[in-house]
Design a protein around this ligand. Structure first.
Ligand code: HEC
Length: 168
């Protein structure tokens, strides 16, 4: 009885591992999505005159880390209608204006798709920047699969243990 139970647990856990492995492998953020590649083009054409990513302030602030320090909704508005944020007296933009000697960012007439793409690009640069800290995300699936394997082998071991007891 006990052996059968352990056996079916081992089976279901192995199945779980088999199904989880490809899922985890696919969720790696390493490769940039297609929109991030388009976004890079938009960035180079429309933003590099005033912004760098990690190379310091130009006319506007260095955009390194901007997707972490700002809300998504705010980012979208800042890129789509920076003049509106200024008109509303948005406190973040008022601070930024002080730092840029009151030179405002002008609306660039980007389409919503281009805005999404450029944000995806900015985010993809954050991921690269945050990789060295902690466990690199590409190792996470391996670690999880190893843990699953250890559980499975432990249960197999327990099953073998039960077998001996059964013999007596
Ligand atoms: C003419 C120069 C200019 C261009 C071109 C420009 N910006 Fe700006 N940007 C600024 C200035 C100046 C600020 C700060 C003052 C403000 O917000 O008006 C700013 C602020 C920002 C901020 C907020 C930064 C922070 O620290 O919160 C983001 C995000 C941003 N710009 C993104 C972009 C993107 C994306 C593009 C290209 C599509 C772009 N900008 C093009 C001048 C520019």
């Amino acid at each position: 009885m006990l052996r059968q139970k352990a056996g079916s647990t081992v089976l279901s856990l192995s199945l779980l591992a088999v199904f989880l492995a490809p899922l985890l492998a696919h969720s790696q953020p390493g490769a940039a999505p297609a929109s991030a590649i388009e976004g890079k083009q938009v960035f180079v054409e429309k933003c590099t005159a005033c912004h760098t990513i990690g190379k310091g302030k130009l006319v506007g602030p260095d955009l390194s880390g901007v997707t972490v320090r700002r809300e998504d909704v705010w980012l979208r508005r800042q890129i789509k209608e920076p003049d509106q944020l200024i008109a509303e007296g948005d406190p973040i933009v008022m601070e930024l204006l002080k730092e840029s000697n009151n030179v405002p960012m002008v609306p660039l007439g980007l389409s919503d798709t281009e805005i999404e793409a450029v944000i995806a690009y900015l985010k993809s640069t954050e991921q690269q920047a945050s990789q060295p800290a902690g466990l690199p995300s590409r190792y996470v699936p391996t670690v999880l699969i190893s843990i699953a394997a250890i559980i499975v082998f432990t249960l197999i071991g327990l099953g073998a243990g039960n077998k001996k007891v059964d013999l007596r």
